[in-house]
Ligand binder design. Structure first.
Ligand code: IVH
Length: 669
């Protein structure tokens, strides 16, 4: 290797680090995603050829290193404390009074308030600017070494990244919260459901599950994020207040929470609490309250800590959206992919104004972990838009009349033996002819994620199945108006409407059709990729695993599932019948796409799909996507909290689309 290669690698590292900082921390990229990828690929290739070039801070660590055998323990330099809680303005007032009386300062105390993120506390150690060790909180004294996992999080600097002429401290410990953004959490669960994997109960569990992965490459695929809330400058103190500390962390390349604010009075604190409580559901992360800290470090020192928690800070928690009720029975539902989910039926109870009657018990392990029995009194919780869940059993309320929950060994619907694969929590029915799976498939096929046939929602599909009118997807297209109008509660008119809708559904686009088939591991994005690759249904159904796997974005599992699907005799039969019924799946047409001349820029947060999915959708229709505003941009898609790009685009007279306009444009609405 010559010097030039080493220099090139160094240049690439700096360049990538800079663009990554602009993208993830400042939210102001100056190059397109594709250009960034090219730089990244070049560095990966160089490091592969010359492994000695892979420095500790190389951005290629973001993709995850080799799997660990186990987690080693790490002793924290100072214990990681917990916080005392208060639940009302009075309790906070009492806390602040105690601090006031103890400190006896003449001026009013200044408090810094921060959202209390519901994630996982971690510690990051930087030596000479380099991230050397990252660990979990553990028991507060000793945690687990998860350095490789933490390095995959883009908002954690691998190397301190001083802005302007800030001095890099020789030794710095940063503490903060790792969290799973809510939107990514919903997407992850959707995907897991599609793949028949157990879903995570809430973003916090998803964050914990993703961090405690021995294989950092798995962590790298999860969109974790980080906000710091404390820093310890070992040996050299450069900040004297919490406020200065945040500014200093920003100057060293961290993204800090923009909601952190300084309060000059108790009144301000109370107002901030009301504000956080009001906006909590609109944030992309879960918060369970707010943390209030004395701003002045010298006053913090004077207050000191107890063994458990600081005396200079307190958590003011939101009232929990929880209630107690009784589990009246547990039943087991079989989903589209065969996963069996236990569901608790509860004595109806109101939680934050909503009547809760059912709660998911997730899977067998969860029932065992909670030691739940039928007739138990339980604590249930409704968190945001997640399905209500049983938090814990109230053991004190047991009477002895409770009954064990017996997890079935056979499918409650078709009776075939249930299977739990090695290493999976999901228990599933693998009988492809299981009526429960088939009915879910039919609901999916006709539903919003499928061909979206008006009038064929869940209830009506169930009815058609119960009446033996429909058993597989092709049957929808053989229904007659007569058959439908004779059904209970259906008249001529509604029958006509549904028949018309079915008629309209006979010419779906290829991508829509593939997605509607509900093949395991094949969601919207993969379906579009397949459509773009094969062009026609005829080409798609003669594909084999090798063809599928060579498509960028299609993984091993999806390729396998696709091969099984297209080669199965029943698929052939279904397709023959669809053809007979007059179904004509439209070939994928890139060149005719109205978007082929357009250049898209995305800003802000989209609610119904991820940024990557959105990009893929317009790319599939021939458009280009860039990540900075320039004269080439024809359309700006502005999600929630769109910022400066939106203003600039308006000034330049660029077409601005909101989420609704965008979905209509790409035919998703
Ligand atoms: S300060 C000595 N600030 O809450 C101070 N903690 O209940 C200790 N947390 O383990 C922590 N957001 O995981 C602090 N802005 C914030 C926080 C925060 C979330 C978590 C943290 C800690 C737990 C204590």
């Amino acid at each position: 290797m010559n010097n030039k290669v080493a220099q090139r690698a160094e240049w690439l590292r700096r360049e990538i680090q800079d663009h990554s900082h602009r993208y993830y921390v400042l939210d102001a990229p100056i190059i397109a995603d594709g250009e960034y990828d090219t730089l990244f690929q070049e560095l990966l290739a160089l490091e592969k050829q010359y492994p000695e070039l892979r420095t500790l801070d190389s951005p290629t660590h973001r993709v995850g290193g080799p799997p660990l055998e186990e987690f080693n323990s790490v002793e924290h330099k100072q214990p990681m404390l917990s916080l005392d809680n208060v639940f009302s303005a009075e309790e906070f007032g009492a806390f602040a009074d105690r601090v006031d009386r103890y400190l006896k300062v003449s001026t009013p105390l200044q408090w810094v308030v921060e959202p209390k993120l519901d994630g996982l506390a971690v510690e990051l150690v930087y030596e000479n600017g380099m991230l050397t060790v990252g660990s979990t909180r553990g028991d507060g004294v000793v945690g687990e070494n998860i350095t490789a996992q933490l390095k995959t999080i883009h908002t954690i600097p691998l190397q301190l990244y001083p802005i302007s002429d800030v001095r890099v401290p020789s030794s710095l410990v940063v503490r903060g919260e790792v969290y799973f953004p809510k939107q990514d959490f919903r997407r992850l669960n959707r995907l897991r459901e599609e793949n028949g994997e157990a879903v995570f109960a809430n973003p916090r569990n998803a964050a914990a599950g993703s961090l405690r992965q021995l294989d950092p490459r798995v962590t790298a695929q999860r969109s974790l994020a980080f906000f710091p809330y404390a820093a310890i400058y070992l040996g050299e103190s450069t900040c004297s207040t919490q406020e200065e500390m945040f500014a200093s962390l920003r100057n060293l390349g961290f993204r800090t929470n923009p909601l952190v604010s300084l309060c000059a009075s108790m009144h301000d604190v109370v107002e901030q609490y009301a504000h956080f409580h009001e906006i909590r559901h609109s944030l992309d992360y879960e918060i369970d309250g707010m943390v209030i800290k004395l701003n002045d470090f010298s006053l913090q020192d004077r207050m000191g800590n107890t063994a458990r928690a600081p005396r200079w800070a307190v958590a003011w928690k939101f009232p929990a959206a929880q209630a107690t009720t009784v589990v009246e029975k547990v039943d087991f539902q079989v989903g589209r992919t065969g996963v069996v989910t236990p569901v608790a039926w509860l004595r109806p109870v109101t939680v934050e104004g909503v009547v809760v009657q059912r709660a998911t018990l997730h899977n067998r392990d969860e029932i065992e972990r909670k030691q739940l029995k039928v007739y138990d009194t339980v604590l249930v919780q409704r968190a945001g838009d997640v399905i209500p869940e049983v938090v814990q059993v109230i053991l004190e309320k047991r009477s002895g009349a409770e009954e064990d929950i017996i997890f079935p060994e056979y499918c409650p619907v078709c009776g075939s033996a249930l299977i739990q694969r090695n290493g999976e929590v999901a228990v599933r029915c693998v009988n492809s002819a299981c009526p429960a799976k088939q009915i879910q498939q039919l609901i999916y096929f006709a539903g919003k994620n499928g061909l979206d046939i008006d009038g064929l929602g869940k209830k009506n599909v169930e009815k058609l199945v119960a009446e033996n009118l429909v058993a597989e997807i092709a049957d929808f297209f053989f229904l007659s108006q007569d058959q439908l109008s004779q059904l209970d509660g259906w008249g001529e008119k509604s029958a006509r409407k549904v028949i018309d809708a079915i008629e309209r559904a006979k010419t779906p686009k290829l991508g829509t059709f593939i997605r509607a088939l509900g093949i395991r591991h094949v969601g919207e994005v993969t379906a579009e990729l397949l459509a773009a690759h094969f062009g026609t249904l005829e080409a798609f159904i003669i594909g084999n695993k090798e063809d599928f796997i060579q498509i960028e974005g299609v993984g091993e599992q999806a390729a396998e599932a696709l091969e099984v699907f297209v080669q199965s005799p029943s698929t052939k039969e279904t397709f023959d019948r669809l053809h007979l019924a007059g179904m004509q799946v439209q070939p994928f047409e890139q060149s005719e796409s109205p978007l082929s001349q357009r250049v898209f820029l995305f800003t802000g947060t989209l609610l119904s799909l991820s940024r990557n999915e959105a990009k893929q959708l317009v790319k599939n229709q021939g458009a280009q996507v860039v990540s900075s505003l320039s004269g080439r941009v024809t359309d700006l898609v502005a999600g929630e909290k769109a910022g400066s790009k939106l203003t600039a685009a308006r000034e330049k007279g660029i077409t601005v689309l909101d989420e609704g306009d965008f979905l209509r444009l790409v035919g998703k609405k």
